[in-house]
Design a protein around this ligand. Structure first.
Ligand code: IMP
Length: 506
């Protein structure tokens, strides 16, 4: 007969934290948010860690190059999706590793003979107010000048006028030449009171742009996640079908960590993959396993001694319909609490600490805080990042509000890539495990993280914690009744406006 668990499947919204003593000497700006990614053993106490406890989900609509760069600059890590050919995933990893902090490839460019109307559309689509003018309208064309929203007035100037009549020509633009250091580029911006500095090749083609706002951003966020060669770190997702080809290619590209992207990692297929990768690449490569939702699943992966971190979560993702489609899954809080308890016992028994990643279903900042208090070392999020400027999808305007498309990896849309990829058997999809949706655009990665991390640190102050390990140890958690959930909201008042949170639905 089936075994019934005693507990009910619970989610983060059903819990609250009880404050502990806040010390006089605590300083919010000195709280340490770093988190381990590799397992910690007595022989190897220091492995790879991230500077903020956040990674982005292995998803097409989330972890592309721009997001990976933006997140690593804030101290987190992206897992570039594997639902694409090995070649294109490798190209993305290479692009992140080749990224020169501060030097940005221009994403919106225009030809000199385009009308002002086209500039206006480009500014609206891209959100950029400075557009380089190149002979062929590409990011690598011959640089001819700059046009900004200061160079023409939308309601005064004739929008059929040509860009060349309004732009600032190259002869009047302050620019740098390829090979210039970032420090020197920033010095030029500062000295000339400019917001944007084009960098040109020796022969005058556009090579990159340097922005004042990136300099300011860097000063505010000094936690960039860098490897020993001062390159940004990046992770990549792998699957249980083609790891023999994908992993070697990713390692050649310089990937810093890989993780299995699977809704159910309690499988012999995943174990075969772990064994093969360790046999071929030894203990140094950081490998994430999962997903699991039980102590049994954790034990299976952990006891192999092959895995670094383990992801927890089945069916909680915002675009996920696994629970409805298959009846498989578990409330994220229950899953996390059970796995963390087992992880801690395993540590007591063996001296080996396995970091836990809470994956999916975090729909507001409070839930991120709760996942970390319940024992996750870091969280993985899809929707949170799909809603940012840097996610790989294009903005869409719906009834005057800007949205971004967001779809699950278990949708036909995501899985269609196999049809176009040689060598992959095109397995027919019988049913979907995810949905295809839109999420509101909320801002840049640095903006959303600033709020989230500030809230996290503020809660850590409430609990008297200086780092995330203390936070987990000191957390006292209470389960709340339905009435308490009602009470937690505002009561009998009219709200004018609202705080910006990343959940528009709550
Ligand atoms: P979110 O942060 O709530 O949007 O959840 C993201 C997580 O959902 C991912 O990291 C995956 O674990 C999971 N996921 C991604 N695509 C699908 C899908 O199509 N079905 C079920 N779960 C998915």
């Amino acid at each position: 007969m089936a075994r019934m668990l005693e507990d009910t499947s619970r989610t983060f919204a059903e819990y609250l934290l009880i404050p502990r003593l806040t010390r006089r000497d605590q300083r919010i700006d000195q709280i340490d948010l770093s988190a381990p990614l590799s397992r910690i053993t007595p022989e190897k106490p220091l492995g790879l860690s991230i500077n903020i406890p956040v990674v982005s989900a292995c998803m097409q609509a989330v972890s592309g190059t721009d997001l990976a760069i933006a997140l690593a600059r804030q101290g987190g890590l992206s897992m570039i999706f594997c639902s694409q050919s090995i070649e294109s995933q490798v190209a993305m990893v290479q692009k992140v590793k080749a990224h020169k902090a501060g030097f940005v490839t221009s994403g919106a460019n225009i030809k000199p003979d385009a009308p002002l109307q086209a500039v206006l559309s480009l500014m609206n689509e891209s959100g950029h107010s400075t557009i380089p003018v190149t002979d062929d309208g590409t990011s690598e064309g011959m640089f001819l000048g700059l046009i900004t929203d200061q160079d023409f007035w939308e309601f005064e100037d004739d929008l059929t006028n040509l860009v060349s009549e309004h732009m600032t020509p190259k002869s009047e633009v302050i620019f740098g030449t390829e090979g210039i250091s970032l420090r020197e580029a920033n010095r030029l911006l500062h000295k000339n009171k400019k917001d944007c500095l084009p960098i040109l090749t020796q022969t005058g083609e556009l090579a990159a742009l340097v922005f004042k706002k990136d300099y300011v951003d860097h000063q505010k966020h000094p936690l960039e996640l860098l490897d020993d060669g001062k390159r940004l770190r990046v992770g990549a997702a792998i699957n249980t079908h083609d790891y023999r080809e994908r992993v070697p290619a990713l390692i050649d590209a310089g990937v810093d960590a890989v993780c299995f992207d699977s809704s159910d990692g309690f499988t012999e297929f995943q174990m075969d993959g772990l064994v093969w990768i360790r046999d071929h690449y030894g203990p140094e490569l950081v490998i994430g396993g999962g997903n699991v939702v039980s102590a049994e699943g954790f034990d299976y992966l952990a006891s192999s001694g092959l895995v670094d971190f383990i992801k927890v979560g089945i069916g909680g993702g915002s675009i996920c319909i696994t629970r409805e489609q298959k009846g498989v899954g578990r409330g994220q809080a229950s899953a996390l609490l059970e796995v963390v308890a087992r992880r801690d016992a395993y540590f007591e028994e063996t001296g080996i600490y396995i970091p836990i990643c809470s994956d999916g279903g975090l729909s507001n900042d409070t839930q991120i805080v709760m996942a970390l208090a319940m024992g996750a070392d870091f969280v993985m999020m899809g929707r949170y990042f799909a809603m940012t400027e840097e996610s790989p999808t294009s903005k869409v305007s719906i009834n005057g509000q800007m949205y971004k498309p967001y779809w699950g990896e278990g949708t036909a849309r995501a899985q269609n890539w196999q049809r176009y990829s040689e060598g992959m058997s095109s397995r027919k999809m019988v049913f979907e495990e995810g949905v295809d949706a839109f999420v509101p655009l909320v801002g840049s990665v640095s903006e959303v993280l600033e709020t989230t991390l500030h809230k996290l640190k503020s809660t850590m102050m409430n609990l008297g914690s200086d780092d995330l390990a203390q936070f987990r140890d000191q957390a006292v958690i209470t389960q709340v009744s339905e009435q308490s959930i009602v009470e937690a909201g505002t009561a009998n008042v009219f709200k004018f406006g609202r705080n910006r949170d990343f959940d528009e639905s709550d």
